[in-house]
Ligand binder design. Sequence first.
Ligand code: ZN
Length: 275
Amino acid sequence: MLIDTHAHVNFNAYKNDSEEVIRRALAENVWMINIGSQYSTSKRAVEMAEKYEKGVYAAIGLHPIHLETGLVKMKNDIEEIQFPTIEESFDYEQYKKLAQSPKVVAIGEIGLDYYWKPKSKTKAGLFKEKQAGVLFQQIDLAKELDLPVLLHCRMAHDNLLQLLKYKLKANKLKGTIHCFTGSWEQAQKYMDMGFYLGFNGIIFKMNLDDVISKAPLDKILLETDCPYLTPLPMEGRNEPIYVKYVAEKIAKIKNISYEELTEISTQNAQKLFKI
Ligand SMILES: [Zn+2]
């Protein structure tokens, strides 16, 4: 069995065939966690998961690119939602209510994303502060509900490490750094804090062999981030069953069997998400 720990079958890219995509995955013994990026996609992830007795789970959260900052103009992604993105402010109680579903296994995806940051230094500072503030609120929610976090981080690893260190002082937080593309040094710091590293099809585009070969097996999670980042040799829209290609490549880099890699990474996911 494989677990795609980061999928978005709840996104618009599957509006016509999400049930088929899920059925295909379950038939191949691939489980998935569908991840929300704002309230509407979080709610959809929960509704989808509730239709299945097991194998389909949800994570809910406000992704930093959907955070209302009033400082940058965000681009819309039609793969994600059908209508223009509404930038949101984070409503703690609303998400807490959604988390009452037993199918919600994590808070995510949340984190820092400095890709579209404003050009002026003052505005960029404010922008980073706003993202950090909402990240802290969502970490508080995860702690209150005793759920792990799914962290998204783009061009911000050093800041994220610093914020987590501060936030971890009080008590331990569990979670994963999804789509990890940082350095080995950064990877070690995350793992020292108890975080897992999530790898997906980006490993076919970027050379992460060094981090993958050094990362202990019991810290690795597999994911697709579908509909994006389709692993080779597939092309077009990504989907949870393609997680096997990510597994094959990681097994090859680590010079171990596919069976060993999948058995341990599946156990890691079951332990972290209690599924
Ligand atoms: Zn994602």
